[in-house]
Design a protein around this ligand. Structure first.
Ligand code: GRF
Length: 221
């Protein structure tokens, strides 16, 4: 029987990434178990998803605390009481304080809907679409004190088109989020992630073809 990694998920909203993680665990593709889901928003649909799969959930409203440290301390206590090894932020819309980051140093992952370091922060898909980029995508990274600035674990690239709206681009990106997040967690579960400075090495990962992608495609050269 393979060792399963104990996960704690932080959510604020719909929780489609949480669902992707749950589905891959249930399919036996991800060697993990979600011990607890924490939401700062009592109305998050992610809580309904957790309930459907009999995963314990706790609502911790940030507005109930007088400062960010106290809020984070409460989350740390809950995560520790559920023996969480790896924290996965799945659409969690709060910045973590150093207190939290130190409590789970390099054991906190986040997903962001852009190819970082481009378009960190909120409304990444709209800003990418409005900018007119030809490619965008998503990034799973370790959390640090900055906004979407920690060491990058895996990225997926998708094309962006001139007639893309925020919604069409976001949907294309989200599909890939649901693949790379479980994969990043599985790399961790397999003990293959090594941090060298701010670079992440995934032991035994294959190099992708050394070819470029073009959008629009080349017609002459
Ligand atoms: C995703 O686009 C994720 O990259 C971002 O917030 C969104 C959350 O979606 N951080 P969901 O709650 O997982 O459906």
């Amino acid at each position: 029987m393979k060792q399963k990694i104990n996960l704690g998920a932080l959510v604020s909203g719909s929780g489609s990434n949480l669902q992707a993680i749950i589905d891959n665990i249930e399919k036996g593709l991800l060697d993990g178990v979600i011990n607890v889901v924490i939401s700062n928003n009592a109305d998050a649909y992610a809580l309904v998803r957790a309930k459907k799969h009999n995963i314990p959930s706790v609502v911790i409203k940030h507005s109930d605390f007088k400062n960010r440290e106290d809020f984070d301390r409460e989350m740390i206590d809950v995560l520790k009481s559920f023996s969480v090894d790896l924290v996965v932020m799945a659409g969690f819309m709060r910045l973590l304080t150093p207190l939290f980051l130190n409590a789970f140093a390099m054991r906190i992952m986040n997903i962001h809907p852009a190819i970082l370091p481009a378009f960190p922060g909120v409304h990444a898909q709209k800003r990418a679409a409005d900018y007119g980029v030809r490619f965008s995508g998503c990034t799973v990274h370790f959390a640090d004190e900055g906004v979407d600035s920690g060491p990058i674990i895996i990225q997926a690239v998708v094309p962006a088109y001139d007639d893309d709206t925020e919604d069409t681009l976001a949907a294309r990106i989200l599909k890939e989020e649901h693949r790379i997040y479980p994969q990043a967690i599985q790399f961790y579960a397999e003990g293959r992630i090594e941090l060298i400075g701010r670079k992440v090495r995934i032991r035994g990962s294959e190099r992708i073809l050394e070819a470029a992608l073009y959008n629009p495609s080349l017609t002459v050269f």
